[in-house]
Design a protein around this ligand. Structure first.
Ligand code: MG
Length: 218
């Protein structure tokens, strides 16, 4: 699929591009032994990577180390280029929760060789996302508890208040580099606690009561 839905509506929203932010939580940068960035670290996933609630993540044959990264996901409701920070949140249509599924072995190899992360991050089923809560129903997107359980056990738990670059800054920064269009998604980075999942695991992600998502590993 290449579309997402609002919680209260049935009209599919076509997804254009998926922009992801790396190293946006200090505790995650620390566990990965990487420096805190001076400006947002960006990468892209193709829209063909999307997976809906209830779907199954497929580990490709060229990897044996699939990691979970739970993230708040921003759905762009109104596009723009060079969006000013002060207006940035008015371009957000909704908030959801997603998993930036990562082939950690493929990524480590790419890092070692100085190559792009695109295969490690953009493989089919690497972007499970929930339905989206309309932005107007979320009083403060920077005060949401993010959590991920694997087989009922908590693996990641943090708050979006811990983000290094906040949503308005990200929307503004990204829109200076890529024109944002209605239906684009922004994965805003993962907190600490990333780890491996294997075939048969069930992943339950949530952004407080705003959004929830359950997927399994095939
Ligand atoms: Mg991530």
């Amino acid at each position: 699929m290449s579309s997402v839905f609002y919680k209260d509506g049935s009209t599919p929203i076509r997804v254009g591009k998926i922009v992801c932010v790396g190293r946006n939580y200090p505790e995650h940068a620390k566990e990965m032994h990487v420096e805190l960035p001076d400006e947002p670290v960006l990468f892209l996933k193709p829209s063909s990577a999307l997976l809906r609630d209830g779907g199954r993540i497929v580990i490709p044959p060229f990897s044996s180390n699939l990691h979970h990264e739970v993230e708040l996901v921003v759905l762009i409701g109104r596009g723009g280029k060079g969006i000013r920070r002060v207006h940035a949140l008015t371009h957000v249509g909704g908030y959801g929760v997603g998993l930036d599924m990562t082939l950690r072995d493929v990524q480590a190899e790419a890092k070692r060789k100085g190559l792009p992360w695109v295969v490690a991050k953009g493989f089919d089923t690497s972007a499970p996302v929930s339905a989206f809560a309309p932005a107007a129903s979320v009083p403060d997107p920077h005060d949401l508890r993010l959590a991920l359980k694997v087989n009922g056990q908590v693996r990641q738990q943090s708050s979006t208040s811990r983000m290094l670059f906040r949503i308005d800054e990200l929307v503004s920064y990204i829109s200076e580099r890529f024109t944002l269009e209605e239906g684009d998604l922004i994965f805003t980075g993962t907190p600490e606690g990333v780890g491996r999942v294997v075939s048969g695991d069930v992943l339950e992600a949530s952004a407080e009561s705003v959004a929830s998502l359950t997927v399994s590993v095939a």
